[in-house]
Design a protein around this ligand. Structure first.
Ligand SMILES: Nc1ncnc2c1ncn2[C@@H]1O[C@H](COP(=O)(O)OP(=O)(O)OP(=O)(O)O)[C@@H](O)[C@H]1O
Ligand SMILES: [Mg+2]
Length: 211
């Protein structure tokens, strides 16, 4: 059986990744695809425990290297336990964030170089790399407003946000766009400013060309 397709969603916090991943999953299932949804960090029991460490404000002093290794520890387990077996059985795998997030956030935020990150990717994930990446692109202000309103609604503490976030998000957004410019075939930039259903249609058009 042919290996399934591996699709990832990327973009700054609050751009709409989780929303669009769920809609795409529904649409692919309706079209008869075997779909597996997962998330990074997270995706496995161990991965969720690691995610807990990364997001816990008590650990805000984690060193950049510790943080990097934890992201890849979660990803290694997800690849071994979930992503690889699903691709083997021919499923379409949708992953909410993957190594591009590490390249852009740890690069822009922590100044870690990309070669180191890619080397760790090889150790953690082997040859597993997305066939298609949807980069949901939106300005930092809109994204921050969406993330804040979601956190208010859900009472979530998941995303740590403060006053510096506008500038940080803008840097991360630029990092993503640079990555997309380098890999235009794999990374498809989708305008995420419009209403949810319009964005979903644009995502679908990118994905439909492949599935
Ligand atoms: N196109 C859109 N227009 C308006 N609101 C949106 C749109 N897409 C998502 N939202 C809302 O914005 C909030 C953030 O969306 P979502 O949680 O999907 O973003 P995310 O990229 O997964 O964020 P994070 O990086 O924090 O996980 C949610 O409340 C969601 O309902
Ligand atoms: Mg999300």
């Amino acid at each position: 059986m042919a290996r399934g397709l591996f699709l990832t969603f990327e973009g700054i916090d609050g751009c709409g990744k989780t929303t669009q991943l769920a809609l795409l999953s529904e649409r692919l299932r309706e079209a008869g695809h075997d779909v597996l949804e997962t998330v990074e960090p997270g995706g496995t029991d161990a991965g969720r425990a690691i995610r807990g460490i990364l997001l816990d404000p008590r650990h805000h002093a984690l060193s950049a290297r510790t943080e990097l290794l934890l992201y890849f520890a979660s990803r290694a387990q997800n690849v071994t336990e979930v992503i690889s077996p699903a691709l083997q059985r021919g499923a379409t795998v949708l992953c909410d964030r993957f190594t591009d997030s590490t390249i852009v956030y740890q690069g822009a935020g922590r100044g870690l170089d990309e070669a180191t990150i890619l080397e760790l990717h090889r150790i953690a994930c082997g040859s597993i790399f997305p066939d298609l990446t949807i980069l949901l692109d939106v300005d930092a202000e809109t994204s921050l407003a969406r993330a804040r309103s979601r956190n208010r609604e859900t009472g979530s503490e998941e995303t740590r946000m403060d006053d510096e976030d506008g500038a940080f998000f803008a840097r991360v957004r630029e990092g993503y766009l640079r990555l997309a410019a380098r890999e235009p075939k794999r990374i498809r930039v989708v305008d995420a400013r419009g209403p949810v259903d319009v964005v979903a249609q644009n995502v679908w058009e990118e994905v439909n060309a492949l599935v």
